[in-house]
Design a binder for this molecule. Structure first.
Ligand code: BG6
Length: 369
């Protein structure tokens, strides 16, 4: 039931705030992370010296974001791999490796086979999944469910923000178990997580219309590029994936630092480029570098649409359009910056008259390898 929305995707994007809120709910006790599903597993988490995150599609990008938080808070090295690449790579894992799989459906065969292979090789397995009782959690040693609610549209939206939320909760939990995180940092992270739903709602209330209008203006665009740095990089990849999935437009995401190593050759007059701008309150250097990237592509005629936090005045003179997101600590910005990109992809597909829920050639859950 679309509940009055024009598509399941529109409904599911509108549910991004509650997807995050419901994933956090019941997992914070007296300001600390407490995940009932992970009770009794401290020993397992104390023995981990390496984490491998496995997933496909959008879930893989959630994993790429999660890596920054897990490494920052727990100092355990993390690699993120596409499940189908991992499976046939003669992977190196041991009993002290924790394999975290991420899957909305819990049925993606590529991910399932990779998890089984990792378990066969002795790794411990944890699944982040949105579907109760599905196959991947059943095959795993532990599970943290995302509580995004059923997702119907093929292109994943609310599950993506819920997956990042669950990864952050897990990162705080394992850091807490291992004593690697000062209380102030942990408390601040919990506060940031709890503040997210309202901030996402702010974007829906204040920037959705403008983003959709932008999408309508760009309905004839043939190619869109997306740039991001650090946690903004996977968001650029996600923005590009969503656009190709449902609008059938050529779209590519790049790490902003990589621009001069190749992608800048693509920039010609009129080329639309979305740039996820990191907060200047995080790393001043990274912020300046991304602003320089904007200037470089603008000098070559790119049409720059920046996604930047409110009050970032450095962006104004450089970009053609600025989509605003509320202030958040740097690690939490991806959960905000992705929202306008989901809206944009949906707006553009709608402007082209396409069925946003059932894009051609794609299935919601791919149960063959
Ligand atoms: C793809 C879907 O086939 O599978 C994507 O079209 C999804 O939207 C990917 O991200 C992974 O699916 P799941 O269920 O494992 O998260």
């Amino acid at each position: 039931d679309k509940g009055g929305w024009s598509s399941f995707m529109a409904k599911e994007v509108s549910e991004e705030p509650e997807a995050v809120a419901n994933t956090v709910r019941g997992r914070v006790k007296d300001g600390r992370i407490s995940i009932p599903e992970l009770e009794g597993l401290d020993e397992l988490f104390l023995g981990v010296d390496r984490i491998v995150v496995l997933a496909c599609g959008t879930a893989y990008y959630a994993g790429l974001v999660g890596k920054y938080a897990i490494e920052k808070w727990s100092r355990i090295p993390v690699v993120v791999e596409l499940a189908h690449e991992f499976r046939y790579s003669d992977p190196i894992v041991s009993e002290s490796t924790l394999v975290i799989s991420i899957s909305q459906s819990g049925e993606t065969m590529d991910t399932l086979m990779a998890v089984k292979e990792a378990a066969r090789l002795g790794a411990k397995t944890l699944s982040i999944c949105n579907t109760q009782g599905s196959t991947i959690p059943r095959e795993s040693d532990a599970v943290v469910y995302t509580h995004a609610g059923p997702e119907v549209a093929v292109a994943s939206t609310k599950a993506f923000v819920a997956q990042i939320t669950a990864l952050y909760l897990f990162a705080l939990h394992i850091a807490d178990v291992r004593g690697s995180l000062p209380d102030e940092v942990s408390n601040e992270a919990v506060a940031q997580l709890e503040a997210l739903p309202e901030k996402i709602q702010w974007i829906l209330d204040n920037e959705q219309e403008r983003t959709e209008q932008l999408a309508r203006w760009m309905a004839d665009t043939r190619s869109v590029l997306f740039l991001g740095r650090h946690v903004g990089y996977p968001i650029a990849l996600e923005g590009a994936l969503k656009l190709k999935e449902i609008s059938y437009i050529h779209a590519e995401g790049f790490a902003a630092g990589e621009l001069k190593h190749g992608p800048i050759a693509l920039v010609e007059p009129g080329q639309p480029v979305f740039v996820v701008v990191p907060s200047p309150r995080g790393s001043v250097t990274m912020h300046q570098k991304v602003i320089s990237n904007i200037e470089e592509i603008r000098a070559r005629g790119a049409r720059v649409i920046a996604i930047a936090e409110q009050g970032d005045s450095a962006v104004l003179p450089s970009a053609d359009e600025v989509l605003r997101i509320p202030l958040a600590s740097p690690l939490f910005e991806p959960l905000l910056a992705v929202v306008p990109l989901h809206i944009f992809a949906m707006g553009l597909a709608t402007a082209k008259g396409l069925d946003v829920d059932q894009p051609r050639n794609l299935a919601k859950s791919v149960t063959v390898e």
